[in-house]
Structure formats: C-alpha cells, structure tokens
Design a protein around this ligand. Structure first.
Ligand SMILES: *Cc1c(COP(=O)(O)O)cnc(C)c1O
Ligand code: SF4
Length: 336
C-alpha cells in the first residue's frame, strides 16, 4: 500500500494558513456541523470584532459540539453585544501608559513593544477587540520612536515584543528589529509574547530559529495556550524546535468560563505543558473588556479553583493567578 503522505504535502506555509483562515461565521458553523440557530448572533457579533480562526485550530475542535473549549474562544456570540457595567474598552489603562509610539512602559526594567495589531486568530475575550492599533503600533515609523525611547532609558533591561502577535511580522522585518535592539547596550533580555506557536505552528520557521540562535540576547518566548487540546503534535514539534534553539518557554493563559475554569482542565493543561517542557507562568483573570463579560470567572471562584490546584500539583506546575490593575507597578497577584 502506498503510505498516505497528504498531511505532509498539504501542510500550508504559515502565510497560507493565515490567508485560508475561517472568517465567515456561516462557513465555520457549517464546517463544524453546528446548529444554524447560532448564525444570526454570530453574524451580528462578528460585525464588531471579526471572526478569524485558522483551519488547523478548527480541526482540533469536536464537530457538533457548541461547548467545545476551543470553539468558545473564537465563535462570536450574541452575549458579546450586551453592554456590561464595569467592562470597558481600555480595561488595563494601556492608552494612558504609552510614552512613545507603540511602547508600553508600566513596569520597572521592562518595556513592551506593540509591534503590530495583527493576529492569526481573533480571541473573543481579548482586549485587542477595542485597541486602536492604527495609531499605536510601533512599526508605523519602522520602530524609530520606539527604539529612541528604549535607547534613552538605561533602566530598561528587557524588551517584550507583543501586539497583536509579533510573529505576524515577516522574518526579514523581525531580523531588522532584532538587530536594532541588539545594538542597545543596556538591553539584556528579549521576550516574545505570542500565540502563534499554538495557532499556526509552522510559523516557527528555520529562518526565525536561526535568527534567535544568532542573537546575543537570552530569549524567552511566552506562548498563550488555554487548553490541553491546543497542544497538537505539530504544536509540540514547534515548541521543541524553539527549545533546541536555546529559548526558555513559558505559558500564559486566561481563566475563561466554560473553557478552562475547572480543576481537571487546569491540571491537564499544566501536565501537557510539562510534557513539552513549557513552564506555566501566568493564569490571568479576564481583563474586564466590553463584550467578554460572559467569560468572566469571579475572583472568589478563581481563588477556590486555585487552592485546589495548589493541593493537586507540584508548585512549579501551578501558574501565578494574576490580574492587571491600572496604575500598579506589576501584575497583581491573587495567590495569597
Ligand atoms: C504584563 C506586562 C509586562 C510583563 O510583566 P511580567 O510580570 O514581567 O511578565 C510588561 N509590560 C506590560 C505593559 C505588561 O502589561
Ligand atoms: S492571540 Fe492574543 S492578542 Fe491576538 S486576539 Fe488572541 S488573545 Fe488577543
């Protein structure tokens, strides 16, 4: 028998995977054999913040299951349109904290670069759904004002590439940025916050790995994985390749109602991360962003869940339970 090689031959490039993503609620609902009654609300909510989800990620979902934990993260729902008191469009005070185009400098020693507003996926709970990236991305002037700012403050030792998703930027442009950052003597560490290894694992290209390996920086990649079902074999392979390039891997996730707000799901996630040598770093409470209130897990409930995790897992597999309070000098811990 001729072995099936189509999965190998047909793996699209990362650009193709993004270009082929589902953007139509109707197509996604059809493909997953879901109840068509979901469609009108999905369409209405998608007008505010578009549906976007690559096919590989959709293929990890269970067909016919409207409660699938991966589906819930990406399917627009009518609940998003209900205005909720206490939920805003800039919940973490980002707009007040930008000292230069695309730079957020809220914490001592580290500055965050909003490299792009683009993402491979639109996560419904994301504060990005309201962020005015057109005015705020550091790439607008080819990083110049962001780089000037980093140069001007010798207390900054770590630069965090964030977004959107910094790995939406082509390797050649990233290489330019890396070189400019390397030339700033007081920078010691590079951190990349990205969901791409989880959503489009083929983004971890040979060129990108080579560039990471070449740099003088010690590099930390913080992935964003909310559920063990997201760690497919392709994702694990991408993570292994990052490790082999000397990258330290951490995970941050968001505590989301119906997705990962139970003890067993959290344990499975931590254990699956351990299997691929990724350390759980942060478990974020939801930012109170307008349109995402239906994902909210209350503080007390989160703390109860957290106590159970502490009882069940070794300390190094328990992420820190945190949230972001505008004006604070660090993330605020709920773990005490
Ligand atoms: C979360 C965040 C960081 C990183 O905080 P760590 O505790 O170092 O992970 C840095 N800058 C900004 C603006 C942030 O929101
Ligand atoms: S990948 Fe991250 S930044 Fe992009 S939509 Fe999802 S949560 Fe938001």
């Amino acid at each position: 028998m001729i072995p099936r090689t189509d999965s190998l031959c047909q793996t699209p490039s990362w650009n193709e995977a993004i270009a082929n993503a589902f953007t139509s609620p109707e197509e996604l609902i059809d493909y997953l054999e879901l109840d068509k009654a979901l469609l009108p609300a999905a369409r209405a909510a998608a007008l505010q913040f578009g549906l976007r989800v690559p096919r590989e990620y959709v293929d990890c979902m269970e067909k016919g299951n409207p409660q699938d934990p991966l589906l819930l993260q990406v399917l627009p729902l009518g609940a998003e349109l209900e205005l909720q008191l206490g939920f805003s469009t800039d919940p973490v005070g980002d707009l007040a904290a930008a000292p230069a185009k695309g730079v957020l400098h809220k914490y001592h020693g580290r500055a965050l670069l909003v490299t792009t507003g683009a993402c491979a996926v639109n996560c419904r709970y994301c504060f990005r759904r309201h962020f005015p990236y057109q005015e705020s991305s550091a790439y607008l002037d080819r990083w110049q004002s962001a780089l000037d700012y980093l140069r001007s403050d010798p207390s900054i030792h770590e630069v965090i590439l964030s977004g959107g998703d910094p790995l939406m930027i082509a390797d050649s442009r990233l290489a330019e940025l890396f070189q400019a950052l390397e030339a700033i003597p007081h920078l010691m560490r590079l951190r990349i916050h990205t969901r791409m290894p989880v959503i489009v694992p083929q983004r971890i290209t040979g060129d990108f790995l080579e560039e990471l390996g070449r740099m003088r920086f010690k590099t930390v990649v913080v992935i964003h994985c909310n559920h063990a079902h997201e760690l497919t074999s392709a994702v694990c392979l991408a993570l292994r390749r990052l490790q082999e390039s000397g990258v330290m891997l951490l995970n941050q996730s968001v505590l989301l109602k119906g997705v990962n707000d139970d003890v067993e799901t959290q344990i499975q996630l931590s254990e699956a991360l351990f299997d691929v040598q990724v350390t759980p770093y942060y478990l974020h409470l939801l930012d109170p962003v307008q349109g995402a209130a239906h994902f909210d897990v209350g503080r007390e409930e989160a703390q109860v869940l957290y106590q159970k995790l502490l009882q069940r897992l070794p300390g190094y597999l328990v992420p820190k339970l945190v949230y972001e309070k505008p004006g604070e000098a660090s993330k605020t811990s709920l773990t005490l």
